[in-house]
Design a protein around this ligand. Structure first.
Ligand code: ADP
Length: 253
């Protein structure tokens, strides 16, 4: 009987965490972690209390973007998140591994267990927004997040090339199935390039198709993010918080 009740997964509610928003993508490398970080920075700058749960367990990159590397401590049986300069609380597997470049070679069930602990066993304190950086695709971990954490809505990050692919559509359908259609919007990253010489916008990967897809799925286009070498530089230097172009200044959840 115990087995049975354990298999019916009801998300554990943390009353002090108000809104949980998951960020997903079809494949890796489209800028999901960067977008997660920029959203978190935007809301932190608006004086909201913000956290990031790095659930991209096989390629955790959130700590690096913020330049945090101190190992997480446990106090009163609770994992204490790292805190960034803007006061964003961060939990990531990379802040637990003995060495940052250690690979994570666990199987799905183990990873799913860690994700649940990152929600239930962390001293998140009071948060207005918790952003979850999901692994790409529709893996075990992604399903675990939606089943064991009360996610309010999801944001899909794509690139112009990725938009045409089936996997991003699969991801959106998955959210609709497990979350009853709570897709908050779509972000088209690396959408175009603004030439620094003449300020003209160049659609390197062809005309944007994001509106068409958004309409098809009945969701909003939250932003079209240009390719920006300065963003890469800030990200590489662990200073994503210093990137202050107003990409998400109009966004409300
Ligand atoms: P994902 O989380 O989807 O794997 P990342 O956020 O790690 O992707 O981004 C992959 C790489 O692309 C990183 O080197 C990042 O700095 C770069 N990148 C992301 N968005 C942009 C952008 N708009 N312009 C330029 N480079 C970007």
């Amino acid at each position: 009987a115990q087995e049975k009740s354990a298999s019916i997964m009801e998300p554990v509610i943390l009353p002090n965490v108000k809104k949980v928003i998951a960020i997903l993508s079809g494949k890796g490398g489209v800028g999901k972690s960067t977008v997660t970080s920029l959203l978190a920075c935007e809301f932190a700058r608006r004086n909201f209390k913000v956290g990031i749960l790095d659930a991209d367990v096989t390629g955790p990159s959130i700590p690096k973007l913020f330049g945090v590397n101190k190992k997480l401590e446990v106090k009163n049986d609770k994992l204490q998140p790292a805190t960034t300069k803007l006061g964003i609380k961060v939990v990531s597997l990379n802040l637990l591994l003995p060495s940052e470049d250690d690979p994570v070679i666990w199987r799905g069930p183990m990873l799913s267990k860690v994700i649940k602990e990152f929600w239930e066993q962390v001293d998140w304190g009071e948060l207005d927004y918790l952003f979850i950086d999901l692994p790409p695709g529709t893996s075990d971990v992604v399903i675990t997040v939606f089943q064991s954490i009360p996610v309010e809505g999801a944001i899909v990050v794509t690139t112009p090339q990725d938009l045409a692919s089936l996997i991003v559509k699969k991801s959106m359908k998955m959210v609709k199935r497990v979350k009853n259609g709570k897709l908050l919007g779509i972000v088209e990253n690396m959408s175009y390039f603004v030439c620094p010489d003449n300020q003209k916008e160049y659609y390197i990967f062809g005309a944007s198709k994001v509106e068409k897809i958004a309409m098809e799925y009945g969701i909003e286009v939250l932003a079209k993010v240009p390719i920006d070498p300065i963003m890469v530089q800030m990200a590489d230097e662990g200073k994503i918080e210093e990137y202050t172009k107003n990409i998400f200044s109009h966004v409300k959840f």
